[in-house]
Design a protein around this ligand. Structure first.
Ligand code: 6K6
Length: 144
């Protein structure tokens, strides 16, 4: 199972510690293609590569991935773009959201029939959510 993990970069790095923890949990379910999203060293401005190189490389990884998992509590244009692309390509897509932050999730994500949205607060919640999602995704790809 190849997993594309998406999380805010230029949208804001407040949640990066959570991304690190999620990437760690995701490794139990497959190969994470985008571990840099949870990279402590990556600040909002301290990036390498041109915008086009980043875009093209990430889309190639997304194309290769079996599933997309996104942490969507910190709003990010890039993450929204990746979610829309994955849904358009028919990839199982899971969005993880923390209601406790007091934000409302965009209707374009919350209202998409191609997206599974799950509210969570801690690692234990996440484990149950990820197990159910990858179980369903594996079953779906086995049926194709
Ligand atoms: C260098 C080393 C690590 O990262 C860099 C350069 N920046 C990016 N690298 C890889 N993916 C990126 C980079 N900037 C944005 N993305 C992709 O968009 C990631 O896959 C994230 O899920 C998403 C974040 O979008 P913004 O709009 O919050 O930046």
């Amino acid at each position: 199972m190849k997993i594309y993990f998406a999380g805010s970069i230029r949208g804001g790095r407040n949640d990066f510690a959570r991304y690190v923890a999620i990437v760690e949990q995701l490794r139990e379910f497959g190969e994470v293609l985008t571990e840099h999203v949870g990279d402590v060293e990556l600040s909002e401005i301290g990036e390498s590569g041109t915008n086009q190189e980043i875009h093209d490389r990430d889309l190639a990884w997304l194309r290769e991935a079996d599933t997309l998992v996104a942490e969507v509590t910190t709003p990010s244009l890039g993450v929204g773009y990746e979610i829309a692309t994955a849904v358009g390509w028919g990839k199982p897509t899971l969005c993880l959201f923390r209601q406790s932050e007091g934000r409302a999730l965009s209707a374009m994500i919350a209202g998409s029939s191609g997206v599974m949205v799950r509210n969570y607060e801690n690692a234990a919640d996440l484990n149950d959510i990820l197990s159910a999602f990858f179980h369903a995704s594996a079953k779906r790809s086995g049926q194709r």
